[in-house]
Design a protein. Structure first.
Lengths: 449, 128
């Protein structure tokens, strides 16, 4: 048995049954990291652990005493003096941080190529991107460099790399998990969530990290309901909404084939399919890039090279581009035409989901219109890269939860099925994901490194 | 509407009349281009010292992105309220009490420059 193949729930069980010790567990992962990290560039910093459950943490999440760069040159020597709330909660569950995971600078990017410390490679094909911005978090889980990892998702940054690397990724509802200690990108959208080897693991980690926090006023008081699943083996009684707008021109035919097969499998498992409509989908990317960039320009104003960090000239090209776009849309004379306009369209996008959920319990579709693309392919054309976020940004704008579950391969690369739930209803998408995963076993496929 | 949007599809046309296209809009024609002067002003507001080549690059790229974003003008929103926060929470208060916080040493730990327990800031009365 290779210890590093085990899921979180399997690892906990094996430790309880004394099949191996925590020291053996950590040394197995340390060895694995030693073998593959130089070719993947998934971890920026590796910590010498010998106890606890070893996990990877996206380098935008503050870890006390451990360098946290956010993938930026501006924080090349920044050492947080406090832990993010999620880190304290994981430590309370006997988790140890084995690596700080590479990411697009300040979580801005869809490919992992915007890190100041070099791109992360996709473990399934080293010439391809792992997705982003939680690039290292996804690659590290796929390559068995940690038991699970944490990422952040503002417009798809957990779900899209999870899809590209063939792992499970969950973006919780906005307000489910405290953002305290995660460096702010776009405050009305940011969420922390897990990237794991199984859906059951994602449920467990969400249970660990969620819940009210006095350091994040937007974090809701209501606790997550888990182990309350209506579905165990069959999906009888589940209504699955399939948005007609998600299968338009631009969706790769091979990805479409895999997604449609997965939807058929849900029907075979007893679910009832219903066509739904999300008519404002085509405006989501434009809306997102105004709201997100505006909030970015405001949040990144804190980098003044006085309290921490170096000169603003050390920001990378994409970060500067988004600060510029956001500053423009918030500037006098353009505020109403851009920022307020986008906030109004956001309401319509949110209402689309509310209407669709009158007819169904979950919505399914692709996470990304294509599989992972080649490194370098889209770096010169920012708009082209932005348009790849078309399926992940609408649920982010609506604040609803989204889960990416491995559902097959197109051109030899993993494809993720996007399961979207009602606001604060992670339980249903996790239950559906678990039933689907048990029926298909796609999550057990591993890259050959 | 400031521009004309002509969409060319990369993949072959859809069999049925699909509701919208995800394809890349190669032919966005920005009719109102961001001038170099506007870009310089935005960079100043954002406190970014951009090189001449960066200014030229962002002027072109931001014009293109803003032209794409202008499609939002097709959406009728006069009777729609804006959404700034999906939780619906407002005025979340916490008790006004003294709680443990960072020590002075910890707060200064990452400061590029410090003096006698203070952050060293840039002068406020001289022009940069």
């Amino acid at each position: 048995m290779d210890i590093t193949d085990l899921t979180l729930t399997q690892t906990i069980k094996a430790l309880e049954n004394k099949q191996f010790t925590e020291a053996e567990l950590n040394s197995a992962y340390q060895k694995r990291i030693g073998q593959v990290n130089s070719s993947l560039n998934a971890f920026l910093e590796v910590i010498d652990t010998n106890s606890g459950i070893p996990v990877g943490i996206k380098d935008i999440i503050s870890t006390k005493g451990i360098k946290t760069t956010a993938g930026s040159k501006i924080l090349s020597s920044y050492i947080p003096q406090y832990n993010a709330t999620v880190i304290d909660r994981l430590i309370a569950q006997n988790v140890s941080i084995i690596g700080k995971a590479n990411n697009d600078e300040f979580a801005m990017g869809s490919s992992g190529e915007n890190s100041a410390y070099g791109p992360t490679k996709n473990p399934w094909d080293l010439t391809r991107v792992p997705g982003g911005s939680s690039s290292g978090s996804a690659a590290a889980v796929a390559a068995n460099m940690c038991v699970f990892s944490l990422g952040t998702d503002t417009g798809g940054s957990i779900r899209q790399p999870a899809s590209f690397c063939g792992v499970v990724g969950l973006k919780p509802s906005y307000g489910r998990v405290s953002r305290y200690g995660a460096m702010s990108m776009a405050s009305s959208l940011d969420q922390i969530g897990p990237l794991t080897k199984s859906v059951a693991d994602a449920r467990l980690v969400l249970d660990w990290i969620s819940g009210p926090d006095e350091y994040d006023s937007n974090c809701i008081k209501k606790r997550l309901t888990t182990n309350d699943s209506r579905f165990t083996k069959s999906l009888k009684g589940l209504r699955v909404g399939v948005p007609k707008e998600y299968f338009g021109v631009g969706l790769d035919p091979e990805v479409e084939r895999v997604i449609k097969a997965a939807i058929k499998q849900l029907a075979d498992l007893g679910a009832e399919l219903a066509e739904v409509s999300l008519p404002h989908t085509e405006y989501a990317v434009a809306t997102y890039y105004i709201i997100m960039a505006s909030e970015v320009s405001s949040n990144l104003a804190r980098f003044d090279a006085i309290r921490f960090g170096s000169d603003r000239g050390d920001f990378g090209a994409e970060v500067k581009r988004r600060i510029m776009l956001g500053t423009f849309s918030l500037s006098s004379g353009y505020y109403d035409a851009y920022f307020t306009k986008a906030a109004r369209v956001r309401t319509l996008i949110k209402q689309d989901f509310e209407k669709a959920f009158e007819k169904c319990d979950v919505i399914v579709g692709p996470v990304s219109p294509t599989v992972a693309w080649k490194l370098g392919e889209k770096v010169d054309d920012p708009l082209k890269m932005y348009l790849m976020d078309v399926y992940t940004v609408p649920p982010s704008l609506a604040g609803i939860p989204g889960l990416s579950v491995p559902c097959g391969f197109a051109d030899g690369m993993p494809v993720g099925l996007h399961l979207l739930g009602k606001y604060m209803d992670e339980d249903t998408i996790l239950s559906v994901g678990e039933v689907y995963e048990q029926a298909t076993k796609w999550h057990q496929e591993k890259p050959k490194l | 509407m400031f521009y004309q949007l002509v969409q060319l599809t990369i993949s072959p046309p859809a069999k049925s009349s699909k509701p919208f296209s995800l394809s890349y809009p190669y032919d966005i024609i920005p009719l109102m281009k961001l001038t170099l002067e506007q870009v310089k002003k935005v960079a100043k507001l954002a406190k970014l010292n951009l090189s001449e080549s960066e200014l030229a690059k962002y002027s072109e790229q931001l014009s293109k992105i803003l032209s794409y974003i202008d499609q939002l003008n097709k959406v009728e929103t006069s009777k729609i309220d804006p959404t700034y926060n999906v939780t619906g929470l407002s005025n979340a208060f916490s008790p006004d009490e003294i709680r443990p916080s960072l020590t002075q040493k910890a707060a200064l730990f990452n400061a590029p420059q410090q003096d006698k327990g203070f952050f060293v800031t840039k002068g406020v009365f001289q022009e940069e």
